[in-house]
Design a protein around this ligand. Structure first.
Ligand SMILES: O=C(O)CCC(=O)C(=O)O
Ligand SMILES: [Fe+2]
Length: 190
């Protein structure tokens, strides 16, 4: 079991680094974006019972980091993402053999608003054990998070003040704003 988890986490780490490089390439930037950034690996287990059907397994939130690679349960659904335009939740039904990649708050800041920090939640839809495996690329270790100059037309069009991931994590914790609203506090006034 341990060996399998180590193998999986190494493979998913390599995949994340590759996605980071490709994202940059696609935007005309030559950089190894995620190199040296802290990452987090988490296995979520939901013990859904008949009494919890219809309730929330994980409240609506955005992931605070840059990128999440999610291996969802092959059989038990529950993940829902919010359509930003309509505000409606859309079910992400199990699709065996697939993985799900989404952006978090750091990606929105780094891309100067181009990448969407998708809001999502987990609803209990059936009484069953549900397992998901999440790999998070968080943010730079100490450096401030800010869009590279190539992605900002002029200095005034920068949407956010630069801040460190540690400061942002504390801000989310102290305000309890988990669905990306904390970013509004870091928006530059124009
Ligand atoms: O269990 C899931 O499908 C999603 C979990 C999640 O959103 C998270 O761990 O941030
Ligand atoms: Fe999440």
């Amino acid at each position: 079991m341990r060996e399998t988890i180590v193998k999986y986490s190494e493979a998913v780490y390599d995949l994340a680094m590759d996605i980071g490089r490709k994202l940059c390439q696609s935007m005309g930037l030559d950089m190894d974006l995620f190199k040296g950034w802290p990452c987090q690996f988490r296995i979520n287990k939901y013990n859904f019972t008949p009494g919890s059907v219809g309730s929330s397994g994980v409240q609506i939130h955005t992931d605070s980091g840059f990128l999440t690679i999610l291996q969802d349960d092959d059989c038990v659904g529950g993940l829902e993402v919010m359509d930003e335009k309509s505000g409606e939740f859309v079910s992400v039904d199990p699709l065996p053999g697939s993985i799900l990649v989404n952006f978090g708050d750091v990606a929105k800041v780094w891309s100067n608003g181009r990448f969407c920090n998708v809001r999502h939640r987990v609803q209990c839809k059936e009484a069953a054990v549900r397992i998901s495996i999440a790999f998070f690329v968080l943010g730079p270790k100490e450096a401030a998070i800010e869009a590279p100059p190539e992605l900002v037309e002029k200095e005034e069009s920068r949407l956010f003040v630069p801040f460190t991931f540690e400061d942002y994590r504390k801000l989310r914790l102290s305000t309890g704003l988990r669905a990306g609203e904390a970013l509004a506090l870091l928006r530059r006034s124009t």
